[in-house]
Ligand binder design. Structure first.
Ligand SMILES: *[C@@H]1O[C@H](CO)[C@@H](O)[C@H](O)[C@H]1NC(C)=O
Length: 286
């Protein structure tokens, strides 16, 4: 009796997990008109190409920005960006998820422009309960202004993964068991903006924006949001989620990026944290 019911379980459990899994993934690939609102900068933000392309511009008067109509609580967000070309020093293109209010959560990509031929910096940060200070910065292994490249965020109750062209560049694990808050209760919108930050962005503010090159323009396409509904997420077994974590190839890629392209990691900045590194840094080298 016991053995027959356990063999039934062996059959049913994967079947049920499969059903829950497939029903919780809601992929959405609409148009920019359907998915986003242009929120800042008047006609410096534009949707064109039948809703398949979006651009943001920055001139002397203003930058521009947009935000998603929907809020997301866990999911995978993919977007292709082609960054401001030429002399983009002083400009910052931010692309991030954020909730609202003083205890908001936030998952950030920021692209700090540079003089022609000098590398952009990809700056990342994570805010939990209104507190950030978790910067990691990277150079890229390609010129992000020549072509579109895909920048993705995977946000699950267990971890946040940043990806560039499907290569994981950063993993932030849920360390709530060590007392580190993790974004998991506040839904977030997707935001992007292009603005002037020549007081700090390029070589720490040494290189100023060259307004004779304005307007500066960044382009967006192929937005895709795959939502994991939080209800099914919390009822799923750990195993089902873990199986979606980085495989051996992903871990190798992550190590490669971190070894050759990471230029700053708050977890290595002992000067900044003389009282000791943040708790989540002590746990793993990512
Ligand atoms: C700009 O180029 C300089 C010189 O190569 C480099 O040190 C810096 O990291 C680059 N990026 C920014 C945003 O300053």
């Amino acid at each position: 009796m016991a053995s027959s019911s356990s063999s039934l379980n062996e059959f049913l459990v994967p079947l049920l997990v499969g059903i829950v899994f497939s029903s919780m993934v809601v992929a959405c690939a609409g148009t920019f008109n359907q998915d986003f609102d242009l929120t800042w900068g008047g006609n410096r933000a534009k949707i064109f190409g039948g809703g398949q392309l979006l651009s943001l511009s920055l001139d002397r008067v203003s930058g521009s920005g947009f935000q998603s109509k929907k809020e997301y609580l866990f999911g995978r967000i993919d977007m292709q960006l082609k960054l401001v070309a030429g002399n983009s020093a002083g400009t910052v293109t931010a692309y991030y998820l954020s909730s609202q209010g003083p205890t908001h959560d936030e998952i950030d990509f920021e692209f700090l422009g540079n003089l022609s031929g000098d590398p952009y910096i990809l700056h990342t940060n994570i805010y939990t309960q209104g507190q950030g200070n978790r910067e990691q910065q990277f150079h890229l292994w390609f010129d992000p202004t020549r072509n579109f490249h895909t920048y993705s965020i995977i946000w699950k109750p267990q971890h946040i993964i940043f990806l560039v062209d499907k290569f994981p560049i950063r993993v932030f694990k849920n360390a709530e068991s060590l007392g580190v808050p993790f974004p998991k209760n506040q839904p977030m919108r997707i935001y992007s903006s292009l603005w002037n930050a020549d007081d700090w962005a390029t070589r720490g503010g040494l290189v100023k924006t060259d307004w004779s090159k304005a307007p500066f323009t960044a382009y967006y396409r192929n937005f895709k949001a795959t939502e994991f509904s939080s209800k099914s997420a919390s009822s799923l077994s750990d195993a089902a989620w873990q199986s979606n974590e980085l495989d051996a190839y992903g871990r190798r890629r992550l190590r490669w990026v971190q070894k050759y392209f990471m230029i700053y990691n708050y977890c290595n900045d002992l000067k900044r944290f003389p009282q000791g590194l943040p708790t989540e840094c002590r746990r793993s080298r990512f």
